[in-house]
Ligand binder design. Structure first.
Ligand SMILES: NC(=O)c1ccc[n+]([C@@H]2O[C@H](COP(=O)([O-])OP(=O)(O)OC[C@H]3O[C@@H](n4cnc5c(N)ncnc54)[C@H](O)[C@@H]3O)[C@@H](O)[C@H]2O)c1
Length: 434
């Protein structure tokens, strides 16, 4: 009988293992780069022909992965990109990094993970299959086992792991290598093989005892962020009524060297993780007749922040005897956070919708996002010159990209609603905080 575990461990130790990556997005592409740089060969698979064509021509579409790195890895044969699952047959380990969004009714949509499981199932024997997409407790099993375990015994004929991705797009102080990575296996053999694989790219892989524990680690991390953002957003709402500057309060509290972690308020939460992942746990717990109250409360506060921002804009216009209807509003930054182009779930989208509902003429500028589909319209990023800024009845800072010259904005804007405290150093402008 073939000892698949020993085979895999040997290949990994000798750096002869080939790693397949399913889904080459914000998570999958940096992971592919990390395995290549660790000396392993990578076959990257994505259903997007456009992305695969770009990679093959040596171009990147993820800010954190430079095109010259992709060009080098592709031309040296270390990285191969494909749209075909069948090309993953020669891989020894396959990491699945596909989206796990919410359905319209906000229940988890694990269909992409299921498709990936189905896609790799015909040649899964002897391989490690590791899910990296965020999922609910029990989700790795639910999405992969029905396809993978048809004729195979987990822990003997194939190995299944869950290792949540901790990548923070745009961050440079921690890399894939220096960010500890949590790993859970379906069995002790699965854990051993997956720890060995991730040990090639991460200095500190962190083992946990089960798939469910690893799944919950990721959810806890993001729920922690979401709840603390909800807390400071509520603090901003309360300070607003009290006439106190919330930023001053937070900055002063953050001087406490222990027992306080700084979070900052803003226009709401965005991205593919923080607004979505907590609902994965809520959904699971609802099935167990338990209501996760912290999640519900923080969701409620965070999702209403865009309305608060629009109220601030209306108040600013009101002081100038203007209405939202017919006014020109310039949004600065539509990505969900600085330094990236990702607008998924960005609060800017909600703010733009609300402003347009009130019949405001909305334009935007974002150095990273050239265009934005809003209903049937395609908005394109405005040129950020003195004329554009001065033409706006109100400028709204949603994302504080480092490219912005806040003094320039302050000099030319009639009034600025600043959701990020970006204008803190600009003293001679009309600025309204949140
Ligand atoms: N972006 C982040 O910062 C981040 C951080 C941690 C965890 N995550 C999680 O990682 C997962 C992936 O997120 P992402 O941001 O990389 O998403 P993404 O949309 O950037 O990339 C996913 C890729 O998967 C491809 N894809 C979809 N279905 C596929 C299929 N059946 N087979 C092959 N490819 C397929 C898409 O074309 C896309 O290129 C999600 O579960 C997300 O919650 C994301």
């Amino acid at each position: 009988m073939t000892n698949y575990k020993e085979q895999l461990l040997k290949k990994i130790a000798n750096k002869e293992a080939i790693v397949g990556i399913v889904g080459l997005g914000y998570v999958g592409l940096p992971l592919a780069e990390a395995f290549c740089e660790a000396g392993l060969r990578v076959i990257g698979m994505d259903i997007s022909e456009e992305k695969v064509a770009m990679l093959r021509s040596g171009k990147s579409y993820v800010e954190d992965v430079p095109s010259n790195v992709i060009a080098r890895l592709v031309s040296s044969g270390k990285l191969r990109a494909t749209t075909q699952y069948a090309d993953l047959a020669e891989a020894d380990a396959i990491c699945i990094c596909v989206p796990t969004p919410l359905q319209k009714n906000r229940d988890p949509d694990i269909s992409y993970a299921q498709q990936a499981g189905q896609g790799v199932a015909p040649f899964a024997r002897g391989k490690l299959i590791s899910l990296e997409s965020t999922i609910y407790p029990g989700g790795t099993e639910a999405s992969l086992f029905p396809y993978l375990l048809k004729n195979l015994t987990v822990g003997e004929d194939l190995f299944v792991a869950f290792s949540p991705e901790r990548i923070d797009p745009g961050r440079t102080d921690y890399t894939v290598r220096t960010t500890p990575k949590v790993v859970g296996g379906a069995t002790p053999n699965c854990l051993e093989v997956s720890m060995a694989l991730y040990g090639t790219i991460v200095d500190n892989p962190v083992p946990v005892s089960s798939l469910e524990a690893a799944e919950l680690v990721k959810l806890l991390e993001n729920i922690f962020r979401m709840i603390n953002i909800g807390l400071v957003n509520e603090m901003a709402l309360m300070c607003n009524r009290l006439g106190v500057n919330v930023w001053e309060v937070i900055d002063a509290a953050a001087t406490k060297p222990y027992g306080f972690m700084k979070f900052t308020p803003g226009p709401g939460i965005g991205g593919h993780c923080i607004p979505i992942d907590p609902h994965y746990l809520s959904w699971t717990m609802r099935g167990l007749d338990y209501t996760p109250r912290f999640i519900e409360l923080a969701t409620d506060i965070n999702t209403h922040m865009p309305e608060h921002v629009v109220t601030k804009v209306a108040d600013a216009l009101n002081e100038d005897a203007k209405a939202l209807n017919g006014s020109n509003i310039l949004i600065l930054g539509i990505a969900y956070k600085p330094g990236i182009s990702d607008v998924r779930e960005s609060p800017a989208l909600h703010i733009i919708d609300l402003l347009r509902e009130k019949k405001a003429n909305v334009s935007y500028h974002d150095p990273y996002a050239a265009s934005l589909q809003v209903d049937d319209d395609v908005l394109t990023s405005a040129t950020l010159d003195a004329k554009t800024v001065a033409a706006a009845d109100c400028v709204v800072i949603v994302t504080n990209h480092k490219e912005y010259d806040w003094a320039f904005v302050g000099k030319h804007a009639r009034v600025v609603v600043d959701t990020r405290n970006a204008m803190k150093a600009v003293t001679d402008a009309r600025v309204i905080g949140i």
